[in-house]
Design a protein around this ligand. Sequence first.
Ligand code: ADP
Length: 711
Amino acid sequence: MKKGNLFEGGFRSLVAVIVSAAFVLGAGTMMPEGGYVLDNNKVDAAVNEGATGSFIPGTYTSQANGFGGPVEVTLTVGDGGGITEVSVKGASETPEIGGAALPVLQDQLLKTQSAELDGVSGATFTSDAVRKAAGVCIAQANGEEIPEIPTPEGDNLYVPGTYTGTSKGFGGDIEVTVTVSENAIEDIQITGDHETENIGSFAVDMLGEKILEAQSPEIDALTGATVTSNGILRALNDALVLAGADLTRFAKTEEAAAPLKKYEDLDCDIVIIGAGGAGMTAAIDATQAGKKVILLEKMPYAGGNTTKATGGMNAAETHYQKEQGIEDSVETFIEDTMKGGHDLNNRDLVTVMAKNSAAGIDWLDSIGAPLPKVSFSGGATNKRIHAPEDGSGVGAYLVTRFLNKIDELGINVMYNTKATSLITLEGKVVGVKAEGPDAYYTINAKAVILATGGFGNNQEMIVNYRNDLLGTVTTSAPGITGDGIEMAEEVGADLVDIEQIQLHPTVEQGTSMLITESVRGDGAILVNQEGKRFINELLTRDVVSAGELEQTGSYAYIIFDQRLRDGLKAIEKYVSTGITVQADTIEGLAEQLDIDPATLAETLATWNQYVADKKDPEFGRDTGMDNDLSQPPYYAIKIAPGIHHTMGGVRIDTKAQVIDTNGKPIPGLFAAGEVTGGVHGGNRIGGNAVADIVVFGRVASDSAVKYCDGK
Ligand code: ADP
């Protein structure tokens, strides 16, 4: 990459200020070839230190990019040198969010007489835009000369050089650096290290290519990674403005008519629908068994809800447990699962899962995805949840490794290709109809495996089966819309436990981000707004969720310390997303949460004593008590229940054959993972989703392979 500019490190915030200046000053001097050099510490100082009474009287106006379009700030400095009037406008901001924040920001500006505004939570982009535009106005009112953004020569689009813009993504800052010639974007570098692995990170990897191809910021956000995509496009806009671009030239013209799609026939042994955990497991396993597999994925990326799994995989009698001196048994695993599921589970399916779990762990070892770290998780008698060594979230970790293996085996994964129906012939399932970006497919196969996941992101289906959950946030990925259940029903499949929908007790409501159970497993506690614990935090998810709903405001805070943060990588994402509150003392934390400091301090002291005694006389918690909470800083995240897992689904037998409404297997149709019902009963315990996808993904593959071979 050609790199000529000096916008790095501490200069980054200034880039934004200069972008705003473009709107104020329009045409100006030529930018030096190869980059823009800025010495503008005084502007920065003005942003941070504007002081009453020190400005030059006059009226100053500036604009900056908000969420929906430009936000304009006008300041009037009176004869006394203080800001006497402020106007903040932004007609394109979302009325109820950014729009509502504008008058508040206007007041803040007048009150603080500075661009260092508190901002309005929930309206980050609008707040930032007001800060930027106000910063430029104040710099001007301080008598600073604002550097001018250059105008390209003649009809050229850009002034050649390398320019950088930054913006907020899902997990933190995104930086886009473009290198432009007179009329083209020649190179683009996008960095966004904090984006969710395999979702946002995918957008970071993919969008650069799309932008280069389109030669425009006017491209569609990537489905499922909208926040990251929009962050990238905003940062790109900023960089292009620095290059002298007139963004209105990129406005979309009329959509070109979509070309007609062709029809295509494909053949294989096994079609697998859905490249989540179960689908990828089955695809790898069946390919290893010598079958020709086609894996269909309707999204532009693999992973589904599996990517979001943060805890680990439950497995009993594994070599890791034995090596670490952990006693456990398949029998206890079965009983814990049945008890957790309120005995609604199909015991035969639970037995298959528990018995094959250790082999599942061995299989993961064999494909380069070991899960050696064993700990406690809610509802388990023994240390049974297996996680990656480095503390990273199990889902993203597995998806990356599954994809590596899929590449290595040369499996045909068709992305952006949605299965629309199953093809049947004389009562047997013999293929799948699908639609991709360029073609409609008829895929003929000897067997089909459904691995489309649940329906947590299909509000209509949720409300149809559970009216009481109307409006509840969901942690499900965008593609999890129950397609497999509908396709299976069309060929006569029976459904089981379909109304059993699990709420997860620790979901941050603003972002729908799930706070992994491992945080509690590693020692965190839950407190209510009164600063008190109210439950054994490691009881099953339904019980803890119900406990939270009984507290003031139907929410709680999850509290942990620095030691816990250091041991659990997942927490870094929570911190970089900005959902954690932190303080050096418990009292300081309490103040930020509006909790009585003395009460919270007493709750923590009492809890630490319980940990020392290895006994919780109040709520009977007896797991996740290896370490107390005593190492500052202390952290809190406000959480409440969210829809997490749809436990019901297509009925299968112990061979993962789909069963029809007459109780008979549907020949040629197999299913695994969240699309199925029966394994988890009335409540899934943490760590069993991954056990389900790995074990039943392999069972479905094994049965489909045998079926293909006529066995
Ligand atoms: P599981 O945990 O059971 O493996 P996941 O949620 O991880 O389920 O993955 C299910 C995958 O199936 C997702 O990637 C989703 O996008 C994909 N999917 C859902 N419906 C379809 C469909 N009609 N065609 C192709 N892929 C689908």
